[in-house]
Design a protein around this ligand. Structure first.
Ligand SMILES: [Fe+2]
Ligand SMILES: [Fe+2]
Length: 296
């Protein structure tokens, strides 16, 4: 596995055995409602109650400790220049697939398969083709890992920085270690923002969502951009913890984020068609919306 932890964290073991472990933990927090009363033994239900593996907890400790306002600004200044490399989306998927971890017995899907499971489930339900494309590319920002970013700056629930951290965010107790926790510029309910200022004026913790949003913002319709940008913002799209920052337009657009979320979490189809079968459709779809080369 490629998991480059920065020097501030190198006294600890790698928190997640693979990037997928974070998403598996999200599913434990938000089990598929369609499966809750079906095919689940009591024992499986009990598994949802089990405390997260220590690695997941350690992952959130690092994430909540280091995702401060200044950290986010630094990452934005670096990555939003998009001067790292230029490549066709297909090379980016190959690049992403280097994240496959064969030491993790629970992870039998590579990143590309998760993307195809998501996009195919969206396509099968008859949604617009740009939403199918969103399914295909929504986790492409995980290439950040391959640029040397630690796991806690690539995946995990996202949340606003520059204002008080909500206790609806998973493991809120770890925010006491964040330098912004005691900074009165940032630790009030609104912090540096104004009431209902709209999320476009709010800085989110740094990760694959914000990165892919900026990469795609000139190419995809607005509801799709909301799906990309806020798909890991569980404390809002599942818990409504940041209504005070949301504009009426954000609320309208979050209906699309809510529509997308189950496809990301629960679309596991054992009879998935092969990439060879699906390729012609996706080549046409990508060519319809995206340029031949993307900047990273
Ligand atoms: Fe994601
Ligand atoms: Fe995903």
């Amino acid at each position: 596995m490629i998991a480059n932890e920065s020097s501030i964290a190198d006294v600890n073991p790698v928190p997640l055995t693979s990037l997928d472990e974070w998403e598996e933990d999200v599913i434990k927090r938000y089990p598929d409602p369609a499966q809750i009363n079906k095919d689940k033994s009591e024992e499986e239900f009990r598994n949802y109650e089990e405390p997260a593996r220590d690695g997941v907890k350690e992952f959130y400790r690092l994430n909540h400790t280091y995702q401060s306002y200044d950290f986010v600004m630094e990452k934005r200044a670096d990555y939003l220049k998009f001067d790292k490399r230029e490549m066709p989306i297909w090379s980016a998927f190959d690049f992403l697939n280097q994240l496959v971890d064969d030491s993790d017995p629970d992870t039998d899907l590579d990143q590309m398969q998760h993307l195809l499971q998501t996009s195919e489930a969206i396509r099968n339900d008859g949604h617009p083709d740009w939403m199918v494309l969103v399914g295909l590319i929504h986790d492409m920002g995980k290439v950040l890992c391959l640029f040397g970013e630690p796991q806690w700056a690539v995946v995990g629930d996202t949340f606003p920085v520059g204002c008080a951290y909500s206790d609806k965010i998973v493991y809120p107790e770890f925010f006491v270690n964040n330098p912004d926790f005691a900074n009165e510029k940032y630790n009030t309910k609104l912090g540096v923002y104004t009431q209902n200022c709209g999320l476009d004026n709010v800085h989110m913790s740094w990760g694959h969502d914000e990165y892919v949003y900026h990469m795609m913002k000139d190419y995809i319709p607005e509801p799709g951009l909301y799906m990309l940008r806020y798909h890991s913002f569980y404390s809002q799209h599942r818990e409504n913890a940041y209504d005070h920052l949301m504009s009426p337009h954000d609320h309208e657009m979050f209906k699309w984020v809510a529509l997308f979320n189950p496809y990301d979490l629960y679309s596991k189809n054992p009879n998935q068609k092969t990439w060879a079968e699906l390729k012609p459709y996706y080549q046409d779809l990508v060519a319809k919306y995206l340029p031949a080369n993307l900047k990273f």
